[in-house]
Design a protein around this ligand. Sequence first.
Ligand SMILES: NC(=O)c1ccc[n+]([C@@H]2O[C@H](COP(=O)([O-])OP(=O)(O)OC[C@H]3O[C@@H](n4cnc5c(N)ncnc54)[C@H](O)[C@@H]3O)[C@@H](O)[C@H]2O)c1
Length: 421
Amino acid sequence: MIDSRHKCVANITTMEGATEASASARDTSADPGAAGGPAADHAPLRVAVAGTGFIGVVHAHAARRAGARLVGVAASSASSAREAAQALGADRGFADAESMVTAADVDVVHICTPNNLHAPLAHAALAAGKHVICEKPLAVDRDEAADLVRAADAAGVVAVVPFAYRFYPLVREARTRVAAGAIGPVRLIHGCYLQDWLATEGDDNWRVDPERGGPSRAFADIGSHWCDLVEFVTGDRLAAVCAEAVTAVPERVSAGDSHAFEGRVRARTDGIRRAVATEDIMVVLFRTRRGVAGSVVVSQVSPGRKNRLQFEVAGADATLSFDQEQPEFLWVGRRDVAEVVPRDPAHLAAEAARYAVLPPGHPQGYQGCFDAFVADTYEAIRAGSAAAVDGLPTFADGARAADITAAVLRSTRTNRWEDVP
Ligand SMILES: NC(=O)c1ccc[n+]([C@@H]2O[C@H](COP(=O)([O-])OP(=O)(O)OC[C@H]3O[C@@H](n4cnc5c(N)ncnc54)[C@H](O)[C@@H]3O)[C@@H](O)[C@H]2O)c1
Protein backbone atom coordinates (compact mmCIF):
# COMPACT_ATOMS: atom_id res chain seq x y z
CA MET A 1 0.00 0.00 0.00
CA ILE A 2 1.50 3.34 -0.98
CA ASP A 3 1.61 6.19 1.49
CA SER A 4 -0.88 8.82 0.28
CA ARG A 5 1.69 11.53 1.12
CA HIS A 6 3.60 10.52 -2.03
CA LYS A 7 1.01 12.24 -4.13
CA CYS A 8 2.03 15.75 -3.20
CA VAL A 9 5.67 15.16 -4.13
CA ALA A 10 5.23 13.82 -7.61
CA ASN A 11 5.64 17.19 -9.33
CA ILE A 12 8.70 18.54 -7.58
CA THR A 13 10.72 20.89 -9.75
CA THR A 14 14.37 20.02 -9.39
CA MET A 15 17.34 22.32 -9.91
CA GLU A 16 18.01 20.39 -13.10
CA GLY A 17 14.60 21.18 -14.53
CA ALA A 18 11.80 18.82 -15.35
CA THR A 19 13.75 15.94 -16.84
CA GLU A 20 13.71 13.68 -13.78
CA ALA A 21 10.19 14.72 -12.88
CA SER A 22 8.92 13.29 -16.11
CA ALA A 23 10.95 10.07 -15.86
CA SER A 24 8.58 7.16 -15.82
CA ALA A 25 8.84 4.44 -13.21
CA ARG A 26 10.21 1.29 -14.77
CA ASP A 27 9.60 -2.26 -13.77
CA THR A 28 11.73 -3.79 -11.01
CA SER A 29 13.03 -6.21 -13.59
CA ALA A 30 14.97 -3.35 -15.22
CA ASP A 31 18.71 -3.96 -15.01
CA PRO A 32 19.87 -1.96 -12.00
CA GLY A 33 23.44 -1.86 -13.20
CA ALA A 34 22.61 -0.76 -16.72
CA ALA A 35 24.23 2.64 -16.31
CA GLY A 36 26.87 1.50 -13.81
CA GLY A 37 30.18 3.13 -12.90
CA PRO A 38 30.75 6.33 -10.97
CA ALA A 39 28.88 9.48 -11.98
CA ALA A 40 30.94 11.98 -13.92
CA ASP A 41 31.99 15.03 -11.84
CA HIS A 42 29.57 17.37 -13.58
CA ALA A 43 26.68 14.88 -13.67
CA PRO A 44 23.86 14.88 -11.09
CA LEU A 45 24.50 12.50 -8.21
CA ARG A 46 22.54 9.29 -8.62
CA VAL A 47 20.68 8.55 -5.44
CA ALA A 48 18.42 5.81 -4.16
CA VAL A 49 16.02 5.81 -1.21
CA ALA A 50 15.24 2.74 0.90
CA GLY A 51 11.93 3.14 2.73
CA THR A 52 9.21 5.33 1.27
CA GLY A 53 7.10 6.17 4.32
CA PHE A 54 6.98 9.54 6.07
CA ILE A 55 10.65 10.42 5.98
CA GLY A 56 11.61 8.58 2.79
CA VAL A 57 9.32 10.94 0.90
CA VAL A 58 10.94 13.94 2.61
CA HIS A 59 14.37 12.60 1.56
CA ALA A 60 13.26 12.01 -2.03
CA HIS A 61 11.93 15.54 -2.21
CA ALA A 62 15.16 16.98 -0.75
CA ALA A 63 17.36 14.90 -3.07
CA ARG A 64 15.63 16.21 -6.13
CA ARG A 65 15.60 19.78 -4.84
CA ALA A 66 19.39 19.41 -4.53
CA GLY A 67 19.63 18.41 -8.18
CA ALA A 68 20.18 14.69 -7.76
CA ARG A 69 18.73 12.05 -10.03
CA LEU A 70 16.42 9.69 -8.16
CA VAL A 71 17.60 6.41 -9.64
CA GLY A 72 15.36 4.23 -7.55
CA VAL A 73 13.46 3.44 -4.41
CA ALA A 74 12.94 0.30 -2.36
CA ALA A 75 10.04 -0.40 -0.02
CA SER A 76 8.68 -3.33 1.95
CA SER A 77 7.71 -5.15 -1.27
CA ALA A 78 8.54 -4.98 -4.97
CA SER A 79 5.04 -3.81 -5.82
CA SER A 80 5.01 -0.98 -3.27
CA ALA A 81 8.46 0.08 -4.52
CA ARG A 82 7.11 0.22 -8.07
CA GLU A 83 4.16 2.26 -6.92
CA ALA A 84 6.37 4.62 -4.91
CA ALA A 85 8.77 5.03 -7.85
CA GLN A 86 5.87 6.06 -10.02
CA ALA A 87 4.55 8.54 -7.46
CA LEU A 88 7.96 10.03 -6.70
CA GLY A 89 9.20 10.16 -10.29
CA ALA A 90 12.06 7.76 -9.58
CA ASP A 91 13.58 5.83 -12.48
CA ARG A 92 12.58 2.48 -11.02
CA GLY A 93 11.41 0.51 -8.03
CA PHE A 94 13.85 -2.11 -6.80
CA ALA A 95 12.74 -5.57 -5.79
CA ASP A 96 14.40 -5.14 -2.39
CA ALA A 97 16.58 -2.70 -0.47
CA GLU A 98 19.55 -5.09 -0.36
CA SER A 99 19.97 -5.09 -4.14
CA MET A 100 19.37 -1.35 -4.34
CA VAL A 101 22.08 -0.28 -1.89
CA THR A 102 24.75 -2.11 -3.91
CA ALA A 103 23.47 -1.27 -7.42
CA ALA A 104 26.24 -0.12 -9.75
CA ASP A 105 24.45 3.04 -10.88
CA VAL A 106 23.86 4.42 -7.39
CA ASP A 107 26.25 6.95 -5.82
CA VAL A 108 24.36 7.82 -2.63
CA VAL A 109 22.06 5.64 -0.57
CA HIS A 110 19.40 7.14 1.73
CA ILE A 111 18.30 4.65 4.39
CA CYS A 112 14.80 5.53 5.65
CA THR A 113 13.56 2.13 6.82
CA PRO A 114 12.57 0.95 10.29
CA ASN A 115 15.52 1.15 12.71
CA ASN A 116 16.52 -2.53 12.78
CA LEU A 117 17.39 -2.37 9.06
CA HIS A 118 19.70 0.63 9.33
CA ALA A 119 22.88 -1.23 10.27
CA PRO A 120 22.65 -4.11 7.76
CA LEU A 121 21.74 -1.83 4.88
CA ALA A 122 24.38 0.77 5.81
CA HIS A 123 27.09 -1.91 6.07
CA ALA A 124 26.13 -3.31 2.66
CA ALA A 125 26.14 0.17 1.10
CA LEU A 126 29.50 1.09 2.65
CA ALA A 127 31.05 -2.18 1.51
CA ALA A 128 29.93 -1.30 -2.01
CA GLY A 129 31.60 2.13 -1.72
CA LYS A 130 28.40 4.19 -1.59
CA HIS A 131 27.98 7.45 0.27
CA VAL A 132 25.36 6.87 2.94
CA ILE A 133 22.67 8.99 4.56
CA CYS A 134 21.28 6.77 7.31
CA GLU A 135 18.32 7.83 9.39
CA LYS A 136 18.49 8.11 13.16
CA PRO A 137 18.86 6.20 15.33
CA LEU A 138 21.95 5.12 13.38
CA ALA A 139 21.65 1.68 14.97
CA VAL A 140 19.63 0.02 17.68
CA ASP A 141 22.57 -0.23 20.07
CA ARG A 142 25.87 1.51 20.66
CA ASP A 143 28.12 -1.37 19.56
CA GLU A 144 26.33 -1.54 16.21
CA ALA A 145 26.64 2.23 15.85
CA ALA A 146 30.37 2.18 16.69
CA ASP A 147 30.88 -0.58 14.08
CA LEU A 148 29.23 1.62 11.48
CA VAL A 149 31.54 4.54 12.30
CA ARG A 150 34.54 2.26 11.78
CA ALA A 151 33.11 0.88 8.54
CA ALA A 152 32.42 4.40 7.21
CA ASP A 153 35.95 5.54 8.08
CA ALA A 154 37.40 2.49 6.36
CA ALA A 155 35.27 3.08 3.26
CA GLY A 156 36.39 6.72 3.03
CA VAL A 157 32.96 7.91 1.95
CA VAL A 158 30.62 10.59 3.30
CA ALA A 159 28.35 8.98 5.90
CA VAL A 160 25.83 11.18 7.69
CA VAL A 161 22.76 11.02 9.94
CA PRO A 162 19.82 13.43 9.45
CA PHE A 163 19.85 15.40 12.67
CA ALA A 164 18.07 17.87 10.44
CA TYR A 165 16.94 20.33 13.11
CA ARG A 166 20.50 21.67 12.98
CA PHE A 167 19.54 23.22 9.66
CA TYR A 168 17.02 25.78 10.89
CA PRO A 169 18.59 29.20 10.30
CA LEU A 170 17.75 30.32 13.84
CA VAL A 171 19.36 27.23 15.34
CA ARG A 172 22.55 28.29 13.54
CA GLU A 173 22.02 31.82 14.90
CA ALA A 174 21.72 30.47 18.45
CA ARG A 175 24.85 28.36 17.99
CA THR A 176 26.82 31.32 16.62
CA ARG A 177 25.73 33.56 19.51
CA VAL A 178 26.66 30.99 22.17
CA ALA A 179 30.07 30.40 20.55
CA ALA A 180 30.71 34.15 20.36
CA GLY A 181 29.98 34.55 24.08
CA ALA A 182 26.92 36.72 23.38
CA ILE A 183 24.88 35.13 26.20
CA GLY A 184 27.78 34.79 28.63
CA PRO A 185 28.84 31.53 30.26
CA VAL A 186 26.06 28.93 30.01
CA ARG A 187 24.41 28.11 33.34
CA LEU A 188 21.36 26.05 32.50
CA ILE A 189 20.06 23.98 29.56
CA HIS A 190 16.56 22.55 29.47
CA GLY A 191 13.63 21.76 27.24
CA CYS A 192 11.40 19.09 25.84
CA TYR A 193 10.43 17.06 22.83
CA LEU A 194 6.73 16.28 22.98
CA GLN A 195 4.39 14.51 20.54
CA ASP A 196 0.91 13.00 20.83
CA TRP A 197 0.64 10.60 17.89
CA LEU A 198 1.08 7.52 20.16
CA ALA A 199 -1.15 8.84 22.97
CA THR A 200 -3.85 6.14 22.96
CA GLU A 201 -3.79 2.36 22.99
CA GLY A 202 -5.23 2.41 19.47
CA ASP A 203 -2.08 4.12 18.20
CA ASP A 204 0.58 1.72 16.96
CA ASN A 205 3.63 1.69 14.74
CA TRP A 206 6.65 -0.51 14.13
CA ARG A 207 8.56 1.79 16.54
CA VAL A 208 6.64 0.22 19.45
CA ASP A 209 8.07 -3.23 18.65
CA PRO A 210 11.59 -3.47 20.17
CA GLU A 211 12.57 -5.99 17.46
CA ARG A 212 12.14 -3.28 14.83
CA GLY A 213 12.51 -0.07 16.80
CA GLY A 214 15.15 -1.01 19.36
CA PRO A 215 15.16 -1.11 23.17
CA SER A 216 14.44 2.62 23.58
CA ARG A 217 11.50 4.19 21.76
CA ALA A 218 10.67 7.78 22.73
CA PHE A 219 14.20 8.68 23.75
CA ALA A 220 16.04 7.04 20.83
CA ASP A 221 13.43 8.29 18.38
CA ILE A 222 13.11 11.95 19.39
CA GLY A 223 15.16 12.51 22.56
CA SER A 224 18.23 11.78 20.42
CA HIS A 225 17.32 14.80 18.24
CA TRP A 226 17.06 17.06 21.30
CA CYS A 227 20.41 15.96 22.71
CA ASP A 228 22.13 16.35 19.37
CA LEU A 229 20.66 19.82 18.99
CA VAL A 230 21.67 21.17 22.40
CA GLU A 231 25.16 19.69 22.09
CA PHE A 232 25.40 21.30 18.65
CA VAL A 233 24.18 24.70 19.85
CA THR A 234 26.17 24.86 23.09
CA GLY A 235 29.34 23.08 21.96
CA ASP A 236 29.15 21.25 25.30
CA ARG A 237 28.44 17.54 25.84
CA LEU A 238 26.26 15.59 28.22
CA ALA A 239 28.56 13.90 30.74
CA ALA A 240 26.10 12.10 33.05
CA VAL A 241 22.39 11.38 33.06
CA CYS A 242 19.74 10.33 35.56
CA ALA A 243 16.58 9.08 33.87
CA GLU A 244 13.05 7.91 34.57
CA ALA A 245 11.15 5.95 31.91
CA VAL A 246 7.37 5.69 31.84
CA THR A 247 5.27 3.35 29.74
CA ALA A 248 2.00 5.24 30.02
CA VAL A 249 0.12 2.99 27.60
CA PRO A 250 0.89 -0.55 28.74
CA GLU A 251 -0.98 -2.32 25.92
CA ARG A 252 -1.58 -1.31 22.31
CA VAL A 253 -3.82 -2.68 19.60
CA SER A 254 -1.70 -3.79 16.65
CA ALA A 255 -2.07 -1.66 13.53
CA GLY A 256 -0.18 -3.87 11.09
CA ASP A 257 2.07 -1.86 8.80
CA SER A 258 0.75 1.64 9.41
CA HIS A 259 3.04 4.56 8.61
CA ALA A 260 4.39 7.02 11.13
CA PHE A 261 2.12 9.89 12.22
CA GLU A 262 -1.01 8.35 10.71
CA GLY A 263 -3.32 9.89 13.27
CA ARG A 264 -6.65 8.14 13.64
CA VAL A 265 -9.80 9.85 14.77
CA ARG A 266 -11.04 6.87 16.76
CA ALA A 267 -8.90 4.43 18.67
CA ARG A 268 -8.53 1.06 16.99
CA THR A 269 -10.11 -1.75 18.99
CA ASP A 270 -10.27 -4.62 16.50
CA GLY A 271 -6.63 -5.77 16.31
CA ILE A 272 -4.41 -7.97 18.44
CA ARG A 273 -3.56 -6.43 21.82
CA ARG A 274 0.05 -6.63 22.84
CA ALA A 275 2.06 -5.50 25.84
CA VAL A 276 4.31 -2.49 25.32
CA ALA A 277 7.96 -2.99 26.30
CA THR A 278 9.38 0.44 25.44
CA GLU A 279 8.94 3.88 27.00
CA ASP A 280 6.33 6.46 26.01
CA ILE A 281 7.95 9.10 28.22
CA MET A 282 11.53 9.71 29.33
CA VAL A 283 12.45 12.35 31.89
CA VAL A 284 16.19 13.02 32.06
CA LEU A 285 18.33 15.13 34.37
CA PHE A 286 21.85 15.72 33.11
CA ARG A 287 25.06 17.56 33.73
CA THR A 288 27.50 18.50 31.02
CA ARG A 289 31.27 18.21 30.76
CA ARG A 290 31.50 21.91 31.62
CA GLY A 291 29.39 21.31 34.73
CA VAL A 292 26.14 22.84 33.44
CA ALA A 293 22.91 21.36 34.86
CA GLY A 294 20.00 20.52 32.61
CA SER A 295 16.89 18.49 31.97
CA VAL A 296 14.75 17.26 29.12
CA VAL A 297 11.25 15.77 29.02
CA VAL A 298 10.55 13.49 26.07
CA SER A 299 7.07 12.17 25.35
CA GLN A 300 5.08 10.63 22.52
CA VAL A 301 1.86 10.67 24.54
CA SER A 302 1.26 14.38 25.34
CA PRO A 303 -2.17 15.33 23.95
CA GLY A 304 -2.08 18.42 21.79
CA ARG A 305 1.69 18.47 21.39
CA LYS A 306 2.48 17.53 17.80
CA ASN A 307 6.22 17.95 17.37
CA ARG A 308 7.27 20.36 20.08
CA LEU A 309 11.05 20.25 20.17
CA GLN A 310 11.96 23.19 22.38
CA PHE A 311 15.20 24.11 24.11
CA GLU A 312 16.34 26.96 26.28
CA VAL A 313 19.93 27.89 27.05
CA ALA A 314 20.44 30.39 29.86
CA GLY A 315 23.77 32.19 30.03
CA ALA A 316 24.90 34.71 32.64
CA ASP A 317 23.83 37.61 30.38
CA ALA A 318 21.00 36.29 28.23
CA THR A 319 18.70 33.34 27.57
CA LEU A 320 17.99 31.84 24.16
CA SER A 321 14.83 29.85 23.50
CA PHE A 322 13.89 28.00 20.30
CA ASP A 323 10.80 25.98 19.43
CA GLN A 324 10.85 24.02 16.17
CA GLU A 325 7.09 24.53 15.74
CA GLN A 326 7.79 28.29 15.56
CA PRO A 327 11.12 28.12 13.72
CA GLU A 328 10.93 31.59 12.23
CA PHE A 329 11.76 33.19 15.59
CA LEU A 330 14.43 32.99 18.28
CA TRP A 331 13.56 34.37 21.72
CA VAL A 332 16.36 36.29 23.42
CA GLY A 333 15.75 37.35 27.01
CA ARG A 334 17.77 39.74 29.20
CA ARG A 335 17.14 41.26 32.63
CA ASP A 336 15.88 44.53 31.16
CA VAL A 337 14.31 43.47 27.89
CA ALA A 338 13.31 40.45 25.82
CA GLU A 339 13.27 40.37 22.05
CA VAL A 340 12.06 38.05 19.33
CA VAL A 341 14.59 37.73 16.53
CA PRO A 342 12.98 36.96 13.15
CA ARG A 343 14.60 34.88 10.42
CA ASP A 344 15.79 37.89 8.46
CA PRO A 345 19.08 37.09 6.75
CA ALA A 346 19.98 40.79 6.67
CA HIS A 347 20.30 40.71 10.46
CA LEU A 348 21.59 37.20 11.11
CA ALA A 349 25.12 35.88 11.41
CA ALA A 350 26.52 34.66 8.09
CA GLU A 351 26.45 31.06 9.40
CA ALA A 352 22.68 31.39 9.86
CA ALA A 353 21.84 33.61 6.89
CA ARG A 354 23.27 30.91 4.62
CA TYR A 355 20.24 28.76 5.43
CA ALA A 356 17.63 31.49 4.98
CA VAL A 357 16.56 30.65 1.44
CA LEU A 358 13.30 32.61 1.43
CA PRO A 359 12.71 36.28 2.33
CA PRO A 360 11.68 36.89 5.96
CA GLY A 361 7.95 36.52 6.53
CA HIS A 362 7.76 33.71 3.96
CA PRO A 363 7.99 30.76 6.34
CA GLN A 364 10.58 28.03 5.96
CA GLY A 365 10.02 24.81 7.81
CA TYR A 366 10.73 21.15 8.35
CA GLN A 367 11.13 20.15 4.71
CA GLY A 368 13.51 23.09 4.28
CA CYS A 369 15.79 21.65 6.98
CA PHE A 370 16.01 18.38 5.04
CA ASP A 371 16.58 20.24 1.79
CA ALA A 372 19.50 22.08 3.41
CA PHE A 373 20.89 18.97 5.10
CA VAL A 374 20.80 16.95 1.86
CA ALA A 375 22.24 19.83 -0.19
CA ASP A 376 25.11 20.17 2.31
CA THR A 377 25.68 16.41 2.22
CA TYR A 378 25.91 16.40 -1.56
CA GLU A 379 28.26 19.38 -1.39
CA ALA A 380 30.47 17.39 1.02
CA ILE A 381 30.40 14.43 -1.38
CA ARG A 382 31.52 16.69 -4.21
CA ALA A 383 34.26 18.12 -1.95
CA GLY A 384 35.34 14.62 -0.89
CA SER A 385 34.80 14.97 2.86
CA ALA A 386 32.05 15.60 5.41
CA ALA A 387 34.46 17.97 7.16
CA ALA A 388 34.31 20.29 4.15
CA VAL A 389 30.88 21.53 5.29
CA ASP A 390 30.38 23.02 8.74
CA GLY A 391 27.81 21.35 10.97
CA LEU A 392 27.13 18.20 8.97
CA PRO A 393 25.95 15.45 11.37
CA THR A 394 28.09 12.39 10.66
CA PHE A 395 27.96 8.74 11.68
CA ALA A 396 30.10 9.79 14.69
CA ASP A 397 27.21 12.02 15.79
CA GLY A 398 24.83 9.09 15.26
CA ALA A 399 27.06 6.94 17.47
CA ARG A 400 27.18 9.73 20.03
CA ALA A 401 23.37 9.64 20.22
CA ALA A 402 23.55 5.85 20.71
CA ASP A 403 25.99 6.38 23.61
CA ILE A 404 23.62 8.85 25.28
CA THR A 405 20.65 6.52 24.74
CA ALA A 406 22.58 3.61 26.27
CA ALA A 407 23.46 5.69 29.36
CA VAL A 408 19.85 6.85 29.71
CA LEU A 409 18.56 3.25 29.50
CA ARG A 410 21.20 2.13 32.03
CA SER A 411 20.07 4.83 34.42
CA THR A 412 16.43 3.72 34.17
CA ARG A 413 17.54 0.25 35.25
CA THR A 414 20.00 1.20 38.00
CA ASN A 415 18.05 4.19 39.34
CA ARG A 416 21.36 6.05 39.52
CA TRP A 417 23.32 8.67 37.64
CA GLU A 418 25.20 7.07 34.75
CA ASP A 419 28.18 8.50 32.90
CA VAL A 420 27.98 9.18 29.18
CA PRO A 421 31.31 8.32 27.52
N1 LIG B 1 15.51 12.64 10.95
C1 LIG B 1 14.23 12.80 11.26
O1 LIG B 1 13.82 13.89 11.61
C2 LIG B 1 13.31 11.62 11.15
C3 LIG B 1 11.92 11.83 11.13
C4 LIG B 1 11.08 10.72 10.99
C5 LIG B 1 11.63 9.44 10.92
N2 LIG B 1 12.98 9.27 10.99
C6 LIG B 1 13.57 7.92 10.91
O2 LIG B 1 13.32 7.40 9.61
C7 LIG B 1 13.07 6.01 9.66
C8 LIG B 1 11.71 5.73 9.00
O3 LIG B 1 10.71 6.36 9.76
P1 LIG B 1 9.30 6.79 9.12
O4 LIG B 1 8.69 7.73 10.10
O5 LIG B 1 9.47 7.23 7.72
O6 LIG B 1 8.52 5.40 9.16
P2 LIG B 1 7.34 4.91 8.21
O7 LIG B 1 6.72 3.78 8.92
O8 LIG B 1 6.49 6.07 7.79
O9 LIG B 1 8.12 4.38 6.92
C9 LIG B 1 8.97 3.26 6.93
C10 LIG B 1 9.10 2.75 5.52
O10 LIG B 1 10.03 1.66 5.47
C11 LIG B 1 9.51 0.71 4.57
N3 LIG B 1 10.12 -0.61 4.80
C12 LIG B 1 9.80 -1.51 5.76
N4 LIG B 1 10.57 -2.61 5.60
C13 LIG B 1 11.38 -2.38 4.53
C14 LIG B 1 12.37 -3.14 3.88
N5 LIG B 1 12.69 -4.38 4.27
N6 LIG B 1 13.01 -2.59 2.81
C15 LIG B 1 12.69 -1.36 2.38
N7 LIG B 1 11.74 -0.59 2.97
C16 LIG B 1 11.09 -1.10 4.03
C17 LIG B 1 8.01 0.73 4.79
O11 LIG B 1 7.32 0.22 3.69
C18 LIG B 1 7.79 2.23 4.95
O12 LIG B 1 7.59 2.82 3.69
C19 LIG B 1 13.16 5.62 11.12
O13 LIG B 1 14.42 5.10 11.39
C20 LIG B 1 12.95 6.93 11.87
O14 LIG B 1 13.61 6.97 13.12
C21 LIG B 1 13.82 10.34 11.10
